[in-house]
Design a protein around this ligand. Structure first.
Ligand SMILES: [Zn+2]
Length: 226
């Protein structure tokens, strides 16, 4: 397993890693968390590992009794000692951090979650919990980009026009563009967004469900305050 360090996106105020591996078979979430725990020397009992369901469900995790919520977005206090995780393979992994209100969230936004505005809804929930828009820094990680994300015309029509590209009568969707459009609509400043623009389908360092199908593993995005 390899851990890619993205902490500099948040000026190292929090730790943000993404695990990847060259294993081209799927591995259980438990095994992945075990390896991450050993590599980062963290307390395994405090990992938040949601059961993801391609929804717009957001869970504010406040207690150790809530570590496996059924949802696609988790919010927790940075100083709680909890370690947030989210699993992805092509879907957009997102981490939001507010250093003023000391809150972290991790979001899984595939095409279903993106159409349900899960990233924007998480931002709004953080604001309900006391964050100010200008304090929220948002990281959007490696995901399948429009170059490799062909969909049928019916699905493409559900997205904003600017998030769809048409080439030789084929339809491609741009999830990052849709998410940033949704965030602009609620006046999140551009300077608060950090986009890691690698395409998971094209880069063998990443798992890609569309490329490898059932053989595809999953990556884990991990965030915590040191
Ligand atoms: Zn691509």
């Amino acid at each position: 397993m390899k851990l890619i360090n993205y902490s500099s996106f948040f000026s190292n105020d929090i730790s943000l890693y993404m695990s990847s591996s060259t294993l081209f078979h799927s591995e259980s979430k438990k095994n992945r968390i075990n390896k991450i725990q050993k590599l980062l020397k963290l307390d395994q009992k405090r990992f938040i590992t949601p059961d993801q369901i391609h929804s717009d469900k957001i869970c504010f995790v406040e207690h150790d009794s809530m570590l496996s919520p059924e949802c696609d977005s988790v919010i927790f206090h940075a100083n709680s000692g909890l370690i947030g995780t989210i699993s992805i393979a092509d879907c957009v992994p997102c981490c939001i951090y507010d250093s003023a209100n000391e809150m972290i969230s991790l979001v899984h936004s595939g095409w279903k979650g993106t159409l349900k505005n899960i990233v924007r809804k998480t931002v709004l929930k953080m604001i309900m919990l006391g964050s100010k828009k200008e304090d929220l820094k948002i990281f959007l990680g490696p995901s399948i980009r429009w170059c490799c994300y062909q969909v049928d015309e019916t699905l493409s029509k559900k997205f904003n026009r600017d998030s769809v590209r048409v080439k030789s009568q084929k339809y491609f969707i741009d999830l990052i563009k849709q998410i940033t459009f949704d965030l602009k609509e609620i006046s999140i400043p551009d300077k608060n967004l950090f986009i890691q623009s690698d395409c998971t389908y094209e880069n063998s360092n990443y798992h890609s469900f569309r490329r490898d199908g059932n053989l595809s593993g999953r990556m884990t995005l991990i965030a915590f305050k040191n």
